[in-house]
Design a protein around this ligand. Structure first.
Ligand code: URA
Length: 436
């Protein structure tokens, strides 16, 4: 078998044999497939598709490109994964909240993908923190603290580690087959018993169209359940960021406001953490039902247990030992902060959330090419929400930039991404359909 032959078949729309898919996934993991071939494969799958059978084979092949973790713990091993959005730091709060409820969460996450932000980049905004943990260290941390948030590596979903980075810079993010294999290869390799998937729809989602997102949700649930993992998907709204911020450190601030009970915690973030966490606890047998589970999550958010777990996780991964107490002083801040103000009174009618993700990239908060350094401090904060009534000259958003020129360019783009009405606007429903 050779890569060129497989790529030629893919280009012509011929179905790939299971053995060819396994050969390619192993080649990605072992480095015998080049970046050019990986990019061509991603483009081929994006444009031609693999079909339901091919998607299941790619997922299984990517899991088997590395190890699958085995656990012997006094509580269930659970996880949650999002299909990706802008201003979506739910995982950072949810992993420690689940751990505080007695579950174990070995969360293998991703970096920024296309216009969307990545959990790993957000967590790494905390000085000193690493997400590059060996398998042994990951297992020890999960046994001791209950949660860890780490990157895929040479032993854990290595084929995804390669393909993910290539997709990010080759315009091959929005493929149902690739998303399905990417997410599930990480989750199945973790050895989780139950999984909740947050499938985003709306302008900031990787698949903005609701029907496409629904197809993705069904494909994810069927593939995960077929592999023996209890899985539920919730469709949730991404027609505006989940929190009123986008950018790595700025999203960590939103998480810390929620975990430490500070003023101004985002109600949308709290709802997402409670609802997704409640589903996970119910699936794992730790709650009577999803509603009971959501209440349990609410309690550990309020009583400080989730914040304590978050602090332990941060310290164990090399971050400051006093992060929950001193997060405001520990996070990096951008040198230039400017406010974009409303030109006239009105109601916020819509947000092109994808543009906000692109603005964060323009400011340096993500990667255009694989080798780009991410600036953790830049981005957007204090963003208005759909349905907000605003007066003339009211601040719409704060832009955090490295210099005034960047801030000015970002302001023009953000203004163009907002639309206004002179009538009342109903905010979008945050939690949609449940699948699985
Ligand atoms: N998250 C992932 O891990 N992979 C994707 O392709 C999309 C979201």
């Amino acid at each position: 078998m050779d890569a060129a032959h497989i790529l030629q078949k893919l280009r012509g729309g011929a179905p790939l044999y299971e053995a060819e898919i396994y050969w390619f996934a192993n080649g990605l993991a072992e480095g015998t497939v080049t970046d050019a071939q990986a990019g061509a494969f991603a483009m081929g799958v994006c444009t031609r598709g693999l079909g339901a059978e091919g998607r299941v084979h790619l997922t299984a092949a990517m899991v088997q490109s590395g190890e699958t973790l085995r656990w012997d713990l006094p509580g269930p091993v659970l996880d949650k994964h999002s299909t990706g959005g802008v201003g979506d730091p739910v995982s950072l709060a949810l992993a420690p909240a689940l751990a505080a409820c007695g579950a174990y969460v070995p969360m293998v996450s991703g970096r920024g993908l296309g216009h969307t932000g990545g959990t790993l980049d957000k967590l790494e905004a905390i000085p000193g923190l690493t997400t590059q943990l060996s398998v042994e260290r990951l297992q020890a941390q999960v046994e001791e603290i209950g949660c860890a948030i780490v990157a895929a590596n040479a032993r854990l979903a290595p084929a995804d580690a390669r393909l993910y980075a290539v997709r990010d810079v080759t315009g091959t993010v929005d493929s149902l087959d690739l998303i399905c294999a990417s997410i599930l290869s990480k989750k199945l390799a973790e050895g989780v018993e139950a999984l909740v998937l947050d499938v985003k729809t709306g302008s900031g989602a990787i698949l903005p169209d609701a029907d496409a997102a629904r197809r993705l949700a069904h494909a994810l649930v069927e593939t995960a359940q077929g592999a023996g993992c209890m899985t539920t998907a919730l469709m949730t709204d991404m027609s505006q960021p989940a929190v009123p911020a986008a950018g790595n450190a700025l999203e960590v601030i939103e998480v810390m406001k929620l975990l430490t009970g500070g003023a101004g915690a985002s109600p949308r973030l709290r709802t997402l953490v409670e609802v997704l966490g409640g589903e996970a606890l119910a699936l794992g047998g730790m709650a009577a039902d999803a509603q009971d589970g959501a209440q349990r999550i609410g309690r550990v958010l309020d009583n400080g247990d989730a914040a304590e777990r978050f602090g332990q996780m941060v310290a164990a991964q090399g971050g400051p030992a006093d992060f929950p107490e001193h997060w405001r002083d520990r996070l990096p801040a951008a040198p230039v902060v400017v406010e974009l103000r409303a030109e006239a009174p009105g109601v916020v009618a819509g947000i092109d959330t994808r543009v906000l993700g692109d603005v964060v990239l323009d400011l340096g908060g993500g990667r255009r090419v694989e080798t780009d350094m991410v600036n953790p401090a830049v981005g957007l904060s204090d963003l208005v929400s759909i349905g907000d009534a605003i007066s003339s000259d009211q601040p719409l958003v704060r832009i955090h930039a490295d210099d005034a020129d960047d801030a000015e360019a970002a302001a023009a783009k953000v203004y163009g991404a907002l639309s206004f009405s002179d009538r009342a606007v109903t905010p979008p429903t945050l939690i949609g359909e449940r699948i699985g």
